[in-house]
Ligand binder design. Structure first.
Ligand code: BJ8
Length: 425
């Protein structure tokens, strides 16, 4: 696609062209510094570089072509929205979270200043007319997870067509029942929007597509237990980020090809860093594109990231949907079971997250954990305190970091992370 064709498409989506050009320029530079400067990258990462370079170009063109062919585009902000139902309704499912400050002043007229950067960012991108994904959506699905998001959707719902799913805050039987009724309500909404009936046949196929995607990401995650680390944490994060934008079947295939290359690399004893480099688990809030600041700081501090315990990471891929059901009711129950295993900090209690983090430390041979909470994120800031206690009982070192999207604190973060890495045995 030519530059002119891109611009014409963005104009049709009513983007602010000069502000959008400025954004792409900054992003391109940032990507070059943080990603393309890495040495010894796997060949398979070229696919990810390409997808990211065309994320506002060819991928948006694909969405527009899908729309022209009658498909609907569904945007989401949370891994609680079942992608399987979206795909079964022959619609496209995309993530809308963003990881850069944009339109913050305008966003602060709709939500309080002390709202996390992730929320301000998706509102700011909409108000500044910068996100072609949001502009392509026929429906945006929110969810009642943290207070910040559920209140922000009241304001955001005035700007886009919106459906909000109620996500319970506990995991009792009643809570599961509530979530089941919300899954059924989402199914009805999709059927009405798309005119496609969700049947046992199309849902079974969709469950299998999404499970395959998760299996590929699980395979990648397991391979990262090797020492030397065969892939950087930055690249693994990028893969998880791209999983929210790309066509799921094409993505699965490319990640499995990449995993074949990783297996060869491990068999040869090669890695992206020397054996014995300190290994860190990154745990906490999701990191949307282009929120690469902390991973970059960590991997420039004589350490390598070996796992991401977040929704753009293992929290989204750890559990599969049971594929044994052959009726629509059975499949809906299997979806509810799987989704209610998500250990988001919005739940109370949420002890399984502590267990899952400790397990990841063991499985991935991590030397320590960096807990990341976005500034003003109450749920993850609370759990940082609890996690510090739980991990210290197990003699697992942890550093708690709270930060936003601005680059102002990079040097300060680097000093703290370097000191943490130095004290790891
Ligand atoms: S399942 S983690 S994707 S809610 S950082 S907006 S929690 S104040 S993102 Fe999340 Fe779903 Fe949970 Fe995952 Fe609120 Fe915190 Fe902001 Fe957050």
């Amino acid at each position: 696609m030519s530059d002119a064709a891109h611009t014409e498409m963005w104009e049709k989506l009513n983007l602010d062209i000069s502000a959008h050009d400025g954004l792409l320029e900054v992003l391109g530079k940032f990507y070059g510094d943080i990603y393309l400067s890495q040495e010894n990258r796997l060949k398979g990462m070229e696919y990810l570089d390409f997808v990211l370079s065309e994320v506002h170009g060819l991928r948006i063109k694909e969405l527009q072509d899908a729309k022209a062919a009658g498909k609907k585009i569904i945007g989401t902000f949370c891994v609680f929205v079942p992608e399987e139902l979206t795909l079964a309704a022959n619609a496209v499912h995309v993530g809308l979270c963003s990881g850069a400050d944009a339109g913050t002043d305008e966003a602060e007229k709709l939500v309080p200043r002390n709202t996390c950067a992730l929320i301000k960012s998706f509102i700011g991108f909409k108000l500044a007319r910068l996100c072609p994904f949001t502009e392509s959506c026929d429906l945006v699905v929110g969810e009642t997870t943290c207070d910040g998001k559920k209140k922000a959707y009241e304001a955001f719902g005035k700007l886009v067509p919106m459906h909000v799913m109620e996500v319970p805050q506990t995991k009792t039987m009643d809570a599961k029942q509530l979530f089941k009724s919300e899954v059924l309500r989402y199914k009805d909404t999709l059927e009405e929007l798309t005119g496609v009936e969700i049947t046992a046949e199309n849902l079974q196929k969709a469950i299998s597509i999404v499970n395959e995607k998760r299996r590929a990401l699980q395979r990648l995650s397991r391979l990262r237990a090797a020492d030397p680390a065969p892939i950087s944490g930055r690249d693994a994060l990028l893969i998880n980020q791209v999983s929210f934008y790309d066509d799921p079947e094409r993505f699965t295939q490319s990640i499995n090809t990449l995993c074949d290359q990783i297996e060869e690399r491990i068999a040869q004893g090669d890695g992206v860093v020397p054996a014995g480099t300190k290994r860190l688990l990154l745990s906490g809030c999701p990191m949307a594109v282009p929120n690469w600041k902390l991973p970059y700081v960590m991997e420039s501090s004589n350490a390598v990231i070996v796992g991401e315990e977040s929704c753009i990471g293992s929290r989204n891929t750890r559990d599969l949907v049971d594929e044994s059901a052959d009726t629509i009711e059975g499949m809906i129950d299997a979806l509810v079971e799987r989704y209610m295993k998500i250990d988001c900090a919005c739940f109370t209690p949420n002890d399984e997250r502590m267990v899952n983090v400790a397990n990841m430390v063991n499985e991935l041979n991590a030397d320590g954990v960096i807990h990341y909470a976005l500034s003003f994120c109450q749920p993850y800031a609370h759990e940082a305190i609890k996690m510090q206690e739980v991990l210290s009982e197990k003699d697992i070192p942890m550093l708690s970091v709270e930060t936003g999207y601005s680059m102002e604190d990079v040097e300060q973060l680097k000093t703290r992370v370097e000191a943490f890495v130095e004290m790891l045995d």
